[in-house]
Design a protein around this ligand. Structure first.
Ligand SMILES: *[C@@H]1O[C@H](CO)[C@@H](O)[C@H](O)[C@H]1NC(C)=O
Ligand SMILES: *[C@@H]1O[C@H](CO)[C@@H](O)[C@H](O)[C@H]1NC(C)=O
Ligand SMILES: *[C@@H]1O[C@H](CO)[C@@H](O)[C@H](O)[C@H]1NC(C)=O
Ligand SMILES: *[C@@H]1O[C@H](CO)[C@@H](O)[C@H](O)[C@H]1NC(C)=O
Ligand SMILES: *[C@@H]1O[C@H](CO)[C@@H](O)[C@H](O)[C@H]1NC(C)=O
Length: 740
């Protein structure tokens, strides 16, 4: 029975309707067709039956005549099952209820959220490497790659590992033994001018993240002398498989899921995804979480960025327990850009400024005093917005702006340089297309008052210098924070890694800022973001896997989390909601002693406890999984996760139990003692048994952690450490009430 209208017919009617306006708004809206992702769980055992399911669904929905003409943008069938199709809202609502459908949601857009950093993490160039590092394949889902970059040369690398089933599908990229696969996805068929319609990277972001993870060693890399030194990825011998999913117009959900479908089937070991939504979504309505779930089933660990929407609490979007979410922390290096005023006062701002004005003093003007009065943007002149400034008043001068913007407005009006002051203390060093330095309000106000009280104010901007940040590591303001908006008692983010001013390879397809008028096309660039933090953890996971090829994704995740360097809540008051378990330590993670392992059944129990039905979970797993009474009661607190989180209402007496099982991956005979560190207060944490004695490798022992008492502040940050004298297996324990 065909109960749907054909979308293309509706499109025509919509045009007619538009001409016949006015009509009731509701009626009009329901005529819109939009692309939807229909997720149908795991694929049945062979591809023929997967496409049979898709055909069946379409026929049941539209009848066989119409189904045959229905345009399907994607069919997912290599690693899981689903289709992407244009539907009206009514069609979508009906299809969501049909047999075989796990979830149906609109196809939306996501955004993209040296190499000193590896030394800072303790992974030196001389570190012990596994001979099987070359067998590890990292799938990078990003903006593509610049394959000719020196960071991707394949000198000394043998042919791709035998398990590799992927391809290099491109008219404009040649793969080698470093970049072993390259594909691109653009189901909207929307390209911007000059954008490469191939896996070649127009933006630079994908080249940067891939080289942080697995770039070869390149000597004497720098950005015009800044951050100079050796550039290298964490696993220089590992292979890169490129899946280009992000374009000038964003990264569509349908393309992300298509890339997962391929990457899993192609045989990658780790998936690195520095992309995210602005809001967390329920687990099976979020393509990244769906893709990562099916990756986990095939033994592939997905590493994602936490997002750049901090410091607002609950701003984290990548939150599934079967993937890692990475916050961005600082390194001990920071870029400072001094500015001297005509009164000889020197102020130190933040920016990555390779320009050199050679000490020459230039006239200084405040943006609001240089408004182009014949432009309708003139009221925005103090922010130096595009077309707001009068170029006659700005030309040849340095302009002070009340916003840390892109710098384009000032450059376009002919300014020599720009000083920026921001009312928010969120300033961090970034690149601008002209000499620039950014200030927080205190210094910014002094510069302003100098301008306001001086008849011919002048200034110069110096090339940036590298300063030492003795407080590092701490988490950057922009890094998205927990708690987890969907499951508050599952701690996210999991880890922190450097995401602050990272030097790595860049595309020659655009300038270092991408701002019009910036012509600096160079092979390395310095940028910041959780996007840069993510590949540090992807490579760390690859490094661990190269020593332990048989470890599950959960075991690798546990190893990375329990060996992380604990961070300090002195600077990040949100504590674990900023940095999770702490700063990743790849060398230690190879030998964690114990792991908190988990497999699909553990996540299924967790999902049962989250209210998912047996019907949906059977589609997701394609087996006879049931939310049996026992499993249905599996709570989030019993998921074998390497961290502990408990939300509670303040002043309520609480007693709460967490059950965990650890697997011995250290010495066969070893005895671990539980060490609990908790602040003095009303919360008590007990572990029973408090001693775990192992007699063999692979042996599993269980324990219970009980939190009792009363929350006497908004957030109590504690830890459990299992210590055998050689290993310290640390998990954060966080109890929180109202969000800090
Ligand atoms: C292929 O790549 C080169 C850069 O090496 C670029 O100049 C050219 O425009 C690209 N062609 C297409 C079709 O993308
Ligand atoms: C001022 O703005 C107008 C309108 O946008 C523009 O045509 C003109 O070139 C601008 N003048 C200067 C001096 O920037
Ligand atoms: C600029 O200086 C004048 C005095 O010279 C003062 O009245 C005025 O408030 C100042 N402007 C601002 C925005 O501080
Ligand atoms: C599915 O059923 C079979 C046979 O009854 C059983 O052996 C198997 O353990 C079940 N699998 C799950 C995941 O329950
Ligand atoms: C599961 O929890 C519900 C509600 O707490 C309870 O009624 C039921 O008996 C529990 N089932 C099992 C098998 O523990």
């Amino acid at each position: 029975m065909a109960f749907f209208l054909l979308c293309s017919l509706v499109e025509q009617q919509k045009r007619l309707v538009l001409n016949l306006m006015p009509i009731p708004r509701q009626y009009f809206l329901s005529f819109f067709c939009q692309s939807y992702i229909v997720y149908m769980g795991d694929r049945p055992s062979d591809e023929i039956s997967t496409s049979f399911l898709h055909t069946n669904l379409l026929q049941a929905a539209f009848g066989s005549d119409v189904a045959a003409t229905k345009s399907v943008r994607y069919t997912y069938q290599r690693s899981f099952s689903g289709i992407v199709i244009d539907l009206t809202e009514e069609e979508a609502a009906k299809m969501a209820e049909m047999d075989g459908v796990v979830s149906l949601f609109p196809n939306e857009k996501k955004h993209l959220h040296t190499t000193r950093s590896w030394n800072f993490l303790g992974l030196s160039e001389q570190v012990k490497r596994s001979p099987s590092e070359g067998d590890i394949i990292i799938g990078v889902l990003d903006t593509g790659i610049w394959p000719e970059s020196n960071s991707f040369n394949d000198k000394g690398l043998g042919p791709p590992p035998k398990k590799w089933k992927g391809t290099c599908k491109s008219n404009n990229i040649t793969c080698n033994n470093k970049i072993i696969g390259a594909k691109y996805y653009n189901s909207d068929n929307l390209f911007s001018d000059g954008e490469f319609r191939s896996p070649r990277d127009t933006d630079g972001h994908g080249t940067h993240t891939a080289s942080i993870a697995a770039g070869r060693v390149v000597n004497r890399a720098s950005l015009y002398g800044l951050a100079s030194g050796k550039a290298r990825g964490g696993v220089p011998s590992a292979r890169i498989a490129v899946y280009k999913i992000c374009w000038v117009f964003g990264c569509s959900d349908a393309d992300i899921l298509a890339a997962f479908d391929d990457a899993i089937a192609d045989g990658v070991d780790i998936i690195s995804l520095s992309v995210g939504a602005s809001f967390a979504k329920e687990y099976f309505r979020e393509p990244i979480s769906i893709g990562a779930y099916h990756a986990m089933k095939k033994g592939i660990l997905t590493v994602t960025s936490a997002g750049n929407d901090g410091p607002i609490h609950s701003s984290i979007a990548n939150i599934a327990p079967w993937s890692i979410s990475v916050a961005a922390s600082t390194m001990d290096r920071k870029f400072l850009t001094k500015v001297k005023l005509g009164n000889n006062k020197v102020y130190e701002g933040l920016s990555v400024n390779p320009f050199d004005l050679k000490n020459k003093m230039y006239p200084l003007i405040y943006g609001a005093d240089a408004a182009n009065t014949s432009s309708d943007m003139s009221s925005r002149a103090k922010y130096c917005m595009t077309d707001s400034l009068d170029s006659n008043l700005v030309k040849g001068k340095i302009v002070l702006c009340d916003l840390v913007g892109s710098g384009f407005g000032a450059l376009n009006a002919g300014a020599v340089g720009t000083l920026m002051r921001d009312q928010y203390p969120f300033v961090f060093a970034k690149s601008f297309p002209l000499p620039a330095s950014a200030f927080e309000l205190v210094d910014g106000n002094q510069i302003f008052s100098y301008i306001n009280t001086t008849s011919a104010p002048t200034a110069t901007i110096y090339k940036s210098t590298e300063g030492i940040d003795t407080l590092a590591p701490y988490v950057h303001t922009f890094s998205s924070r927990g708690p987890n908006p969907i499951t508050p008692d599952l701690l996210k983010p999991d880890l922190a890694a450097p995401g602050d001013n990272i030097l790595a390879a860049w595309t020659l397809g655009s300038s270092i800022t991408g701002v019009e008028g910036d012509n600096r096309i160079v092979p390395f660039n310095i940028i910041s973001g959780t996007s840069m933090a993510c590949p540090h953890v992807s490579a760390s996971a690859a490094y661990v896997k190269s020593f332990h090829p048989s470890w599950s994704p959960a075991a690798i995740q546990s190893a990375l989390m329990t060996t992380a360097l604990p961070m300090n809540s002195g600077i990040n008051l949100e504590a674990e909601f900023a940095y999770g378990s702490g700063q990743v330590n790849p060398v230690k993670a190879v030998n964690p002693g114990l792991v908190y392992d988990a497999e699909e059944i553990d996540y299924i129990k967790f999902l049962c406890g989250q209210g998912y039905s047996t019907r949906l979970l059977r589609l997701v797993t394609r087996d006879n999984a049931t939310c049996s009474d026992e499993a249905a009661n599996a709570t989030v607190w019993d998921l074998n996760y390497p961290s502990f989180a408990l939300s509670t209402s303040p002043s309520e007496a609480l007693r709460h139990s967490f059950k965990r099982t650890v697997t011995n991956v250290g010495s066969p005979m070893s005895t671990y003692r539980a060490i609990v560190a908790a602040p003095i207060g009303l919360i008590k944490i007990q572990v029973t048994p408090s001693v775990l004695s192992f007699t063999s490798v692979g042996q599993k022992l269980s324990f219970e952690l009980i939190i009792e008492g009363k929350l006497d502040k908004s957030l109590v940050s504690a830890s459990l450490e299992w210590d055998d004298g050689e290993h310290k297996v640390r998990s954060p324990v966080i109890v929180f009430g109202s969000i800090p």
